[in-house]
Design a binder for this molecule. Structure first.
Ligand code: LLP
Length: 404
């Protein structure tokens, strides 16, 4: 579970590039992908990396080099994927709430598209009829996922076409003779229970007769990875076995073969990432000892936004006695990373490392308080490469138009 990058290497990188610093171990990404490949060997499946988790172009190129496909959530991500060398047929654009012109661009690029509204489906039908295969994203009304904010399949969720609107959907498909190539359901992130994926597979099973041309069934992403010491992730071999069973049933029932698609984000890149910060100030208080670090929710918002747990380690004093701390940021807001957290004794200047920082860390960062985005380093075959420079003041001013 823990960072595959050693404390010594992290300390050296902090000395070379400064902090705060994101470090990604590409070899860990390869290992995660290999786990999927091994588990799904012989299963008619394709994996698309949900790149919203981490879009640095070098990470994308590394993931392409593994033979993995890519899932995008904006047209800009699709452009990045092309730039990273992905073949358009290996790019998927799972859109939500987008303007139709992005779908037109996606078609021009020749990439796969999942459409998530009746409105865009109708526009699509009018323009392309049967000329371009398309997937449809459905909302199954299943509540799953680590917390409500990352749960996307329930009945109050904006995502997908609600399953109860199937009649309207089928009417549009018929009216415009739309080429529906696949069905898509992503119920959320951090789904540990394989049964949730199988619930979706059962829904697909019942829908197949309505869509004679579909050949892929996209179960989305959301594989859980362990964040806490005692946690387990999604049982990937079990998932594979169940999916295989389900594909066999489908083939036997409908006399044709289907391919299963997945869009893992966290599974591929969460654990590869370490976020190195440094302690600016210690502040004793009746309620807690505050450890003020040189970062904040502008760099890693998951603890504040989702109350997500990230393991924190004091790599400068790994043998120090355990004490309890409130780890807070330097943003002018309440940005608490952890409360009452046991850490090896913390001193000003120590390096605190956040684990599982690869997915949705840097990506959800911002320049709030006019602070700089951190630098990013990728380690590949043991060698470290700077893959993004730390911001400088010019970056903050870049698009501002300074009037006289
Ligand atoms: N496919 C679709 C359609 C998605 O919306 C997402 C995530 C994924 C795949 C990838 O899910 P993953 O395998 O990474 O769990 N920012 C949140 C996670 C929500 C991401 C939104 N969609 C977090 O930091 O926990």
């Amino acid at each position: 579970m823990y960072s595959t990058t050693s404390n010594q290497q992290l300390t050296d990188l902090a000395a070379s590039y400064g902090t705060p610093l994101y470090v990604y171990n590409a070899d860990k990404i390869s290992e995660q992908y290999q786990q999927l490949q091994t588990a799904f060997e012989g299963v008619n499946s394709r994996f698309f990396f949900a790149c919203k988790a981490l879009t640095n172009i070098n990470i994308l190129k590394h993931i392409r080099s593994l033979g993995c496909n890519i899932d995008c959530s904006s047209i800009n991500e699709a452009h990045l994927a092309i730039r990273a060398g992905f073949d358009p047929k290996n790019i998927l654009y799972t859109s939500n709430g987008i303007a139709f012109d992005e779908i037109e661009t996606a078609v021009d690029l020749g990439i796969n598209v999942n459409i998530d509204s009746l409105s865009n489906l109708e526009k699509f039908g009018k323009k392309y009829g049967h000329n371009y295969p398309v997937g449809i994203r459905l909302r199954p009304n299943i509540l799953a996922g680590g917390n409500l904010k990352i749960s996307t399949g329930h009945e109050k969720s904006k995502f997908g076409i609600p399953i109860e609107q199937l009649d309207q959907l089928l009417a549009l498909v018929k009216q415009y003779n739309i080429y529906i190539a696949g069905l898509h359901i992503h119920t959320g992130s951090e789904i540990k229970d394989v049964a949730v994926f199988m619930q979706v597979a059962d829904i697909f099973f019942d829908l197949v007769p309505h869509f004679p041309e579909i050949h892929f069934l996209d179960l989305g992403g959301g594989f859980k990875v362990p964040y806490k010491e005692e946690e387990a992730g999604t049982d990937i071999p079990l998932l594979s076995a169940k999916v295989q069973e389900s594909l066999k049933n489908l083939a036997a029932t409908y006399q044709r073969n289907f391919q299963v698609w997945f869009e893992p984000g966290k599974f591929l890149v969460s654990e590869c990432g370490s976020f190195i910060t440094q302690v600016n100030v210690l502040k004793e208080n009746a309620a807690a000892t505050f450890v003020g670090i040189n970062s904040g929710f502008n760099h890693l918002i998951r603890p504040m936004f989702y109350e997500a747990y990230h393991r924190i380690r004091n790599i400068s004093n790994p043998d120090g006695p355990i004490k309890h701390y409130a780890v807070t940021g330097n943003i002018c807001e309440t940005d608490t990373f952890a409360w009452d957290r046991p850490l090896n004794e913390v001193r000003e200047g120590d390096l605190l490392v956040f684990d599982n920082a690869g997915a949705y860390g840097f990506e959800m960062g911002s320049n709030y308080n006019s602070r700089f985005l951190p630098a990013q380093v990728m380690i590949k075959n043991g060698v470290a490469f700077l893959i993004r420079k730390r911001d400088v003041l010019e970056d903050i001013l870049r698009n501002q138009i300074e009037l006289d």
